[in-house]
Design a protein around this ligand. Sequence first.
Ligand code: ASP
Length: 439
Amino acid sequence: MSVKVCKFGGTSMADGNVIKRVKAITDDDEERKFVVVSAPGKRYSGDIKVTDMLYECHKKLMSEGSLGDSFAAVRDRFTSIVKELGLDFDIKSVLDETERRIERECSEDFTASRGEYLSARITAKALGAEFVDAEDVIFFKEDGSLDSARTYKAVDDAVCKCARAVLPGFYGKGADGKVKTFSRGGSDISGAVVARAVNASVYENWTDVSGFLACDPRIVDNPKRIKRISYKELRELSYMGANVLHSDSIFPVRKANIPIVIKNTFRPEDEGTEILPSSRYTPLGNVVTGVAGKKNFTVIFIEKSHMNSEIGFIGKVLCAVAAEGVSVEHIPSGIDTMSLVIESCQLTDSKLGKITEDIKESVNPDLIRIIENIALIATVGHGMSSSVGTSARLFNAIAAADVNIKMIDQGSSEMNIIVGVKNDDYEKCISAIYSEFFR
Ligand code: ASP
């Protein structure tokens, strides 16, 4: 029988009544055998996520040598979840032991990981499933990266004998034998790791939205949902700020050709968004899959006659940037011109000064100009490479919105066109592109 791995995010764990939905969803499909959970998230706007409470607990422990009453809010949260679920589960003992262990271990990662640990203990009980501790099956190497071979084997060995298992997301065991967490939002990665380990037919990522939207809903009212997207398109869009899934969670499943489906715990009947490897991806007929962007880039524009025939020109320019420990996002170029597009947050005044001086010294340009407050907007879709006139439509739409394009960069895969515009034109430009391709 093929198996599905389901990861339930913070809002799906927020209180006992939502966890009842999780039970209904997993009961509804016998292939949903392995479940990975986050710590309880916000129940309403203004509420505090359990993981954030736990980071506060750790601060208190560090400053005062004990947790004091800082663990009380965490205690209340889990106690009421058990009550709402009506479970016969001795949560008090588990919380007492957790509190003692937090004080003993005195580690930030350990403390933060307890939200997922407690969530998984309770969910396992509610689902009548086995609890498998991530500490025993997910391993990191000395350099902090995942020890994939060891982890996949350990996960598979541990869960294959369970009719159903629940694992906490977000953490595993470091090379020093202590609990170590992924970066924030890392339960998505745990879910992908488990899906890969058991060779799941699909990795279902349950959130509080019905999939990815073709555009930021804060800019465009009620944008269309993306029904199907390839891993490559997703990478382009999430790099540009379209965030539903932790970007590192793609890698384990992508290698094994396992699709991800983004689903909504509160509307399980919605189709969601299917994310597929290129080998299994066929576009649904639309030219553009999505539009996303980010503000606040700086462009260093360089001009020099015969730049094209000067050997090593680009290399020297890039060395000047690298020497300041700064990474370059894009390098649009012409015969006698090139631009370096850099995230402004990487550039202090002194770094920018040093980079320009260094460029002047090493390549003696005719002109070097700094353009600030630039927003980048990516229009992404595999359909773009095969349809004639897409860029004409894109640029006409931007022109009709009276937006001046400062920079154009078409990725070599022809599945994205990135334009640079003034920060102030960002929203206007996104709306114009969305209307052209989706309305
Ligand atoms: N609870 C962790 C966080 O808030 C991990 C997760 O939710 O994926 O970052």
